[in-house]
Design a protein around this ligand. Structure first.
Ligand code: ATP
Ligand code: MG
Length: 112
């Protein structure tokens, strides 16, 4: 299992939810976050402020899937969340060691 963690523009969340609705996912977690990337949260750097970091609102979407679904999911998120402008976001993929469905006690991939 892998966790696909996408940090995207808040305005893209509805589009992504719609796209995911047509995709076979079995759960997701969405969190409002703030963050910065290469530009340190600034659209432009002004004299005197270059050492401070600004944090911009983003949305983090976490989806745990079986390994063979990762590429397709990453493609879907990338296509949906892209505007081509700076600040479109990033996708991080991490291994998931174990999972448990609390209600039934099922474990591992059976949870998905
Ligand atoms: N290295 C990182 N570690 C953790 N979170 C990150 C990292 N880079 C970006 N993020 C998160 O992703 C959000 C969007 O990043 P952003 O799209 O601005 O990345 P970027 O590398 O600056 O690319 P771009 O040049 O397209 O803006 C950030 O606000 C932050 O929440
Ligand atoms: Mg950036």
């Amino acid at each position: 299992m892998k966790k696909v963690e996408a940090i995207i523009r808040p305005v893209k969340l509805e589009d992504l939810k719609e796209a995911l609705g047509k995709y076979d996912i079995h759960g997701m977690t969405v969190t409002e976050v703030v963050g910065c990337g290469l530009q340190k949260g600034k659209k432009e750097v002004y004299r005197g402020t270059e050492y401070t970091i600004d944090l911009l609102p983003k949305v983090k979407v976490e989806i745990v899937v079986k390994d063979h679904k990762v590429d397709e999911l990453v493609k879907l998120i990338s296509e949906t969340a892209k505007t081509g402008e700076i600040g479109d976001g990033k996708i991080f993929i991490c291994p998931v060691e174990h999972a448990v469905r609390i209600r039934t006690g099922e474990a591992g991939e059976a949870v998905l």
